[in-house]
Design a protein around this ligand. Structure first.
Ligand SMILES: Cc1cc2nc3c(=O)[nH]c(=O)nc-3n(C[C@H](O)[C@H](O)[C@H](O)COP(=O)(O)O)c2cc1C
Length: 383
């Protein structure tokens, strides 16, 4: 909910604008017969296709189109730039996790497991990493598991990269050694290991296949409350999903209770008819402030979707069903969501997830799946 009067006012204004828009649209639509509506829609689609054809004919025409004629990407541009700027600011105002630390420690781990391992590596970023790691001890709320991981990997790094080979590494080593000893709050083993030592699941292809088939989008739930500790339990295994440079640039905002869930679910377009039936709703929020450069702007969508897939399966094993819900990139909906969840502009909703106990009598769409004939293309020859 908005925390100050200005935000509350803007929120009310946007809501009123949205209502007016919906009203005007309904009024306009009611003036035409069904046949006229279909015909108008077809004509508009033809014009739109012609526009797309013309403006897609050259790169600069496309840029002109999205700069002057369409505002569809304006929010995304702003979000990415705000994210880049927040990335820099956050280096000095860390809260509980650091994208820079996570990425650099990940890179060190890759260097440590490299075959063959180079005698000296990471000299270009080891100074920055140790400096940042030292600085993070100032923040009482910083995640202890993340600090422990960094400590163990840095210890491992300095034990294998020998002294006197590189000045930058030696300087970083001195800084690391001279850090005041702080009693570790987390001492879990958190440095590279071999595949031989890795956990091995006793899941057969057949039982995994059963779980995959069991998970289907469920839209009809029992009015049973969902205990948020179950969501947390599932998140704590879904978090094993891969993510680019192990940054995990997302979080799950939980809106529990069907009344509140409906308020958020109805902002999306695909919940007509079942928004009020959702006992618990998750908003998957991607964080663009984890990146200093535009090239990684899609990673929030990829990483959060990989984790959300694992989350859906994890929830299935705990007796809960889910339905992913599309979050359309439409300015007024984005604004409403931003205000309701108090999101920064660089925090972007990726999708919503309805969660609840499935009504055993509720229908499930069959949803035929494409098979390998359609999904696999074998490339025989590469130049
Ligand atoms: C990104 C995404 C967005 C979706 N959006 C909606 C939605 O808005 N409304 C809805 O009812 N289902 C939505 N779904 C569910 C799909 O319709 C469903 O996954 C698909 O038809 C396949 O069915 P299954 O999930 O049962 O395998 C979405 C799924 C995904 C992955």
């Amino acid at each position: 909910m908005p925390t100050n009067e200005n935000a509350a006012e803007t929120f009310k204004r946007n809501k009123a604008r949205w209502r007016n828009l919906v009203f005007m649209r309904k009024l306009l639509v009611s003036l035409f017969s069904e046949q006229q509506k279909v015909s108008i829609k077809q004509k508009l689609e033809t014009v739109s296709a012609a526009f797309s054809y013309f403006f897609a004919s050259h790169r600069w025409l496309a840029s002109f189109y999205y700069f002057l004629l369409s505002s569809q990407f304006h929010r995304e541009h702003l979000a990415i730039l705000k994210g880049r700027s927040a990335y820099r600011q956050k280096l000095n105002q860390v809260v509980n996790s650091s994208a820079l630390l996570r990425r650099n420690i990940h890179r060190l781990e890759k260097g440590l497991i490299m075959q063959p391992r180079r005698p000296v590596f990471a000299s270009d970023y080891i100074g920055e990493t140790v400096h940042h790691y030292a600085d993070l001890h100032r923040y009482p709320d910083f995640d202890q598991a993340e600090l422990n991981w960094a400590f163990q990997v840095l210890t491992c790094y300095f034990s294998v990269v020998s002294d006197g080979r590189n000045k930058l590494v030696d300087l970083a080593r001195q800084q690391f050694i001279n850090l005041p000893v702080v009693a570790a709050k987390d001492t879990t083993q958190a440095s590279p290991y071999t595949k031989r030592e890795a956990v091995r699941a006793e899941v057969s292809f057949a039982s995994l296949s059963k779980l995959f088939r069991q998970r289907r989008s469920v839209r009809w739930f029992l009015p049973t409350a969902v205990d948020v500790t179950i969501i947390r339990q599932a998140v704590n295994i879904a978090n094993q999903a891969p993510s680019a440079c192990n940054r995990q640039p997302f979080r799950f905002d939980v809106i529990n209770g069907s009344k509140n869930a409906a308020k958020i679910a109805s902002l999306a377009m695909g919940t007509t008819g079942f928004a009020e039936n959702i006992p618990c709703l998750l908003v998957v929020v991607g964080d663009l402030s984890c990146y200093p450069a535009e090239r990684d702007r899609h990673v929030i969508y990829i990483d959060s979707s990989l984790a959300t897939m694992q989350l859906m399966l994890a929830l299935e094993t705990l007796g809960l069903s889910t339905c992913p819900i599309n979050w359309p990139d439409i300015e007024f909906r984005e604004k409403l969501m931003q205000q309701k969840l108090e999101l920064e502009i660089y925090e972007r909703p990726v999708m919503l997830l309805a969660v609840g106990y499935a009504d055993p009598d509720g229908g499930i769409a069959y949803s035929q799946k494409k098979d390998d004939q359609l999904l696999v293309r074998e490339i025989q020859h590469v130049d």
